[in-house]
Design a protein around this ligand. Sequence first.
Ligand code: PGA
Length: 256
Amino acid sequence: MRKPFVAGNWKMHGSKAFVTELNQGLKQQTNSMTEIDIAVCPPALYISQTIAELEGSTVKVGAQNIAEEASQGAFTGEISIAMLKDMQCDYVILGHSERRAIYGETDEQIANKVALALEAGITPIFCVGETLEERESGTMESVIAMQLDAVISKVGVEEFEKIVIAYEPVWAIGTGVTASPEQAQEVHAFIRDKLARLNRAVAEKVIIQYGGSVKPNNAAELFAQADIDGGLIGGASLNADDFAAICQAAQDVASA
Ligand code: PGA
């Protein structure tokens, strides 16, 4: 039985005051949700504030990216996995489609970062997903397979026990257009089958989140799908009530 995992990706949003208010709301509303794992991933500057404010709650904290270099050095503007470890972060989002599309991150770079996170004992939330063009031209499965293969060949399939996969169709991110539960389930099953062909036990355990316009009104039917183990939430994670309602949907599925 997999424990659902709901994570908030705050992207480049927030201020000291906004973060405090959001964290207070999250702390109050998520405390009884013991059947699921929950995390939030603030912008790096607000990680230490968030860790302090969420102390004593069940909500863990993650980052949104790391450098390709492990510890320190002359890399202006970058943040290393060693620094996240030092801050006691539990997760890091890697390979988000915005990093791929806007900053040109390649499958190879993302695989390197996943390897660094695993070495540091920080759980990567490894994002995969197709664009609308790729879906419509029938290359969706090969695109997702390639994204997965880069990480499988770098770290080995056994490591996926320690990796969270987030399936995020690019066309559903921030658009208000959610994949239907059936569309999402189809890809989640494809991902799990692909891993199962290499290692069935690992495939059974790996957490696969869905991301892309998850809201309180569509979370329950997405999370009810057999291969959807929670979500990676963007816009709705910036509102404590909405994020808590999405977490509650996962909690309800887990305790049903
Ligand atoms: P969204 O973002 O929920 O705003 O669509 C999801 C994500 O990019 O992780």
